[in-house]
Write a protein that binds this ligand. Structure first.
Ligand code: FAD
Length: 397
């Protein structure tokens, strides 16, 4: 009966612990997490934080007891001894393993600029961060959001809907430049601006100013200062791969894994946001963390490997329920189905007739069909696809 230690009690780690028991693994399962809260859902932290719906546990505390999963919360794992198959914690304990799974996630990227340590400057990854942000929004403090990525735009939508004065500063020429198509960026920027959010693109922040220790302004490269009372830094996340790197595991901006969650060490697996998968940019999403948790179960228990899944993601911004599948190519040929102005549309991105990604808003049927087409590599006819009166099954080329 092998002993499985999981480092990181976030979405990937906690999901894996439950799935191991479901697959019949009887050996000890220990879950180490340096946060003190029970494992929780992170997506609500940027979507529902103003309503106070923050503490959404993945499983109730009894689940871990009933499943005989040892939860070691508030325990930071500081070192990994791969030769001795042991981890060391900050409290000085050592724990042996047969299989170690690194599920340490990612941490918000920091900006080394003056003023980022002032009170009122936050980043968003944990429940503790979301509680601070909630207070800023409830108190209607003028908010500057540095970074027009998904988290920044989700927070902008919630803050604006609560009457906050919001400015989004984006270094690139468009919001979501790294993750969305140019068309989706344009539609979303319009949606936010139409609801009173100021979005400034192509600008670089040079620092934050303060008064009595609290942030009071965001300074741009050209010297402009935008007055504010709170700042969210949302400029992406870095994989927490320091344990793996120090132990000599192959890392390349993330722990490098194969399609079975295996690392370069035969007894160490890695899953979730900390990983870099073959052929992919780093995927930071719940579906990806869950898929890799299943891969790890198959590897540990010797079960049948799971077929590869189409990467997908979701986001909520105002009334738009966005669902995105596939990876948007650098220069997509985009077919628009539906009317973006109505808030119900899907963008299908083709490459020589083959679908590479679908970005949808309030269109679950288009999203599901797109995901299936992506999985099967189906070729589509752009003219029929663009006509909402033509059923999607008839858009197959
Ligand atoms: P995490 O959930 O970050 O868990 C890692 C855990 O490991 C953390 O608790 C960390 O403290 C702990 N840890 C790290 N190092 C150590 C150590 N040395 N010792 C002990 N513990 C350690 N994804 C979607 O698909 N849809 C969304 O809408 C969406 N919205 C999001 C909104 C926000 C605000 C954020 C932050 C993320 C969102 N994501 C979303 C991404 C999603 O939450 C992540 O992809 C997912 O949480 C990854 O799970 P993980 O277990 O790899 O990492």
């Amino acid at each position: 009966m092998s002993r499985v230690l999981i480092v990181g009690a976030g979405h990937a780690g906690a999901t894996l612990a439950g799935l191991l028991r479901q697959a019949g693994h009887r050996g000890p399962v220990e879950l180490f997490g340096d946060e003190v809260d029970l494992p929780y859902h992170r997506p609500p932290l940027s979507k529902k934080f103003a309503q106070g719906e923050l503490e959404q546990w993945l499983r109730p505390a009894e689940f871990y007891r009933e499943q005989d999963i040892t939860l070691r919360l508030g325990e930071h794992v500081v070192a990994l001894d791969t030769a001795g198959r042991r981890v060391h914690t900050a409290s000085g304990d050592a724990h042996d393993y047969d299989h170690l799974v690194l599920a340490t996630g990612a941490a918000p990227r920091r900006l080394a600029l003056p003023g980022t340590d002032l009170a009122g400057v936050v980043s968003l990854r944990t429940l503790a961060d979301a509680r601070i942000l909630r207070k800023c929004v409830v108190e209607r403090r003028a908010l500057v959001i540095v970074g027009g990525g998904y988290i920044g735009l989700e927070v902008a939508a919630v803050a604006r809907a609560n009457g906050v004065n919001v400015t989004v500063l984006e270094r690139e020429e468009r919001v979501l430049a790294r993750v969305a198509s140019p068309r989706l960026s344009e539609i979303l920027a319009g949606h936010h601006r139409g609801r009173g959010t100021r979005i400034v693109t192509g600008v670089r922040l040079t620092g934050l100013t303060g008064r009595d220790g609290r942030v009071s302004g965001a300074v741009l490269e050209d010297g402009t200062e935008i007055p504010c009372e709170a700042v969210l830094i949302g400029v992406g996340a870095e994989p927490r791969d320091e344990l793996a790197a120090a132990a000599g595991l192959h890392c390349d901006h993330g722990v490098v894994v194969d399609g079975h969650a295996r690392t370069s060490d035969p007894h160490v697996l890695a899953i979730g946001d900390v990983t870099r998968r073959p052929g992919f940019v780093r995927l930071e999403s719940i579906p990806s963390a869950t898929e890799q948790a299943r891969q790890a179960v198959a590897t540990i228990t010797g079960g049948a490997p799971n077929p590869a899944e189409v990467p997908w993601f979701w986001s909520d911004q105002f009334d738009l329920k966005l669902k995105i599948a596939g990876l948007v190519p650098a220069e997509p040929a985009t077919v628009v189905r539906g009317d973006p102005a109505s808030g119900r549309f899907a963008l299908f991105h083709l490459d020589g007739g083959a679908l590479t990604a679908v970005e949808s808003a309030n269109s679950p049927a288009e999203f599901m069909a797109g995901k299936k087409f992506l999985a099967s590599g189906t070729r589509l006819d752009p003219v029929r696809l663009a006509d909402p009166a033509t059923p999607l099954r008839d858009a197959v080329a």
